[in-house]
Design a protein around this ligand. Sequence first.
Ligand SMILES: *[C@@H]1O[C@H](CO)[C@@H](O)[C@H](O)[C@H]1NC(C)=O
Ligand SMILES: *[C@@H]1O[C@H](CO)[C@@H](O)[C@H](O)[C@H]1NC(C)=O
Length: 449
Amino acid sequence: MGTNFPQSHHLQNTPFSLPRKQFLTYILYALLPLALFHYLLFNPLAAPKPPLLAREAAPSQHGHAPVNALEEQLPPPPPGRGGEVLALGETQGGDVSASGSASPACDYSDGEWVPDGRPPLYDGTSCGTIKDGQNCMAHGRPDTGYLHWRWRPRRCHLPAFSPEAFLRWLRNRHLAFVGDSMARNQGESLLCLLASRSRPDLVYRDGEENKFRRWVFREYNATVSIFWSPLLVRVVEKAEQDGVRHNNVFLDSFDERWMSQLGAVDAAVLSVGHWFLIPGVYHDGGRVVGCHDCADLNLTETAFFGVFKEAVHRTLAEVARRHGADRKVVAVTTFSPAHFEGDWDKAGACSRRHPYREDEKELGYTENEMRKTVLEAVAAHAGDGPLRFAALDVTKLANLRPDGHPGPYMRSDPFAGGADARVQNDCVHWCMPGPIDTFNEILLQTVAG
Ligand SMILES: *[C@@H]1O[C@H](CO)[C@@H](O)[C@H](O)[C@H]1NC(C)=O
Ligand SMILES: *[C@@H]1O[C@H](CO)[C@@H](O)[C@H](O)[C@H]1NC(C)=O
């Protein structure tokens, strides 16, 4: 059942050099949110402090740089999803699925947000597992319009989330979320959605910031866990120096904190991306093969896209090697765009109160490349065996929701110091409830196939 790494995925052969303009685009993207990443990802409980880095340009200025001529073309969508999309909402709460019969695979990625009068399934207090920074309701976010949109795919129907249907599928199963804080955001969204019908018991917690947790829905013998693994492969998080932190990323070494647990898992959702934009030194085969955002280290700059691609491909190949004969679903969530507007050093924020229409907000170059990498990797590793890889292709729908981030409400009562107070904004993660609940609507249709 072994799956060898295709030669083309060897790092040495990956085209890393990029036209100057593209490179600039990446840097603009990478640096602006960087201070926030440092703040949110490394030091989430700390008191507000000034950004570590400040740059002049707006993050929305993604050029539409030509795709590198050496990039592979996007292969056709992964086979094997056709007919597997299950209409699970049929008997619950009027969630009538329009695709009750064996329908062709639905492309949930392409669509629009439409108004939806229904209340969310949970709120800021009904669920005990919302990370503080994403509990916008409890933190006093005054507007509620962002709660009343549903994603309507262009060519098919996405049933509303049915906790009953999900719990029926999850009975006697174990679902794991693996990745960075976006994985945690999505995992907590699912727990809250399910908690609207059945109470989860926290049965395990470990690690600073509860990076490893497990809950059981006893009524269903259903288990959900969250594993912290921000790059999927092994990383040694390095101490910050002069405002810059270089993680040491080992591309040939898997993160066994989750990889070794997969045997006990029936389905996994992998969600990574943003950490690849953070300064890193990349190791492979016992030597340094590149680095990102590391001019001070006197190493050659490497684009993080190639490294992201390596990490995702190698991880999926290893999962297939170890578990190719298992009946498992491994879903990979595509990149979730950030929505900072304005200069970072002038309190860049995400203050829009409505979704974008599709023609208002094109996908940026970075977001598109990150998304494409996941779709390609899933397609490349989707075999014929019982193990099933799937992409949770949320990049486009997330790109249209600048209104769904905590913004200043990552903290309680952010304007206590006056309406003009300069506050830290989170335009990366998602309010809960909020647009990230839609990721799990799609997950339900994906895993239950
Ligand atoms: C309970 O769920 C686990 C998966 O988390 C499964 O291995 C086990 O067999 C289930 N127990 C029963 C009695 O079905
Ligand atoms: C940087 O690297 C180059 C080539 O490896 C070397 O010649 C040079 O001395 C290095 N500079 C410093 C400051 O270490």
